[in-house]
Ligand binder design. Sequence first.
Ligand SMILES: [Mn+2]
Length: 356
Amino acid sequence: MKAINVGVKNARDWRPEENLPLVIDALKGARRVLCTMHRHPDGDALGSALALAAALRELGREVVVYNPDELPYNYRFLAGADRVVRTLSPDERFDATVATDSGAASRLGPDLPDGARRGVFINLDHHITTEPFGDINYVDPAAAAVGVLVHKIIRGLGHAVSRDSAESIYASILADTGGFRYASTDPESLRCAAELLEAGVDPWEMTVRVYEQQPLARMKLLADVLGTLEVAPGGKLATLTITNEMKRRCGSSDELSDGFINHARSIRGVEVAAQFTEPEENAGSNAGSVGGMVCDWRVSFRSRGTVDVASIAQKFGGGGHRNAAGCTIRGSEGELRGFIATEIERALETLAALRS
Ligand SMILES: [Mn+2]
């Protein structure tokens, strides 16, 4: 995900080609390395960290990978995922600490060692909004995934990319390009992927592991959630609803509903998809009256690209990116649908006025 630059005024000022050799030098001189990533990691954060960790271990370095949270179920097969530690003891010392895909130091885990104990702090990222929190900031907003940066680092270390590293890099690219479908897909990520196949990655095996090992509970929940699909008058807004009752019935949790909203966005004519999720703490208070249930709905938005959903989310006290944003709105589903459809009409009218 990419958004507006707060770290550096001009994306070019990150000077990735000047920072890459600094990272390589720092890692060449490091014996003990900590790899970490943003909390609640996605496929890019985890895949890029595991790829670098595997390569450094192959080069004889002692590597610890740390993240305090549950790893995404569909990336736990990656080599080294079973060795990720959830806590770090306060007396651990490293020669270098590498953070992948993190955006801000505040998104790292609570056990991150302090300045003296973490060694050279290396920030690997492609968020345009990232903060330059590292001693070295290798940030390339043009990169499709942080895995692409890790690929360059491993080659810069003079090391052949192993199959373990290649699979983790490939997973990171799959995650951030939506399987080579999003606008982030570019010649560089496809060239990188080609080299990963040469290093032994089996694309169908990766597809199966990442996309086709879904828990049955997730499919049952999807069936229930698709049953709530509504297209607002005008056809530009499609909504889905997830209640606690549905999750209970399917034996499912929030993490298993990841990506459902894309089904709503994929309908012809729909510009914006919104997903209404009942807050967990709402337990049972309105059970049985889904249609009219009033609560503080967690609302996620996905846009096809024309409407800026970050600005709609901001009107309701939330935020996010142009094509993916979120907020909380109190009301019934019908009311929410009305509020949001009005905002979308307004946004489309403004755009039409600008064009004419
Ligand atoms: Mn990423």
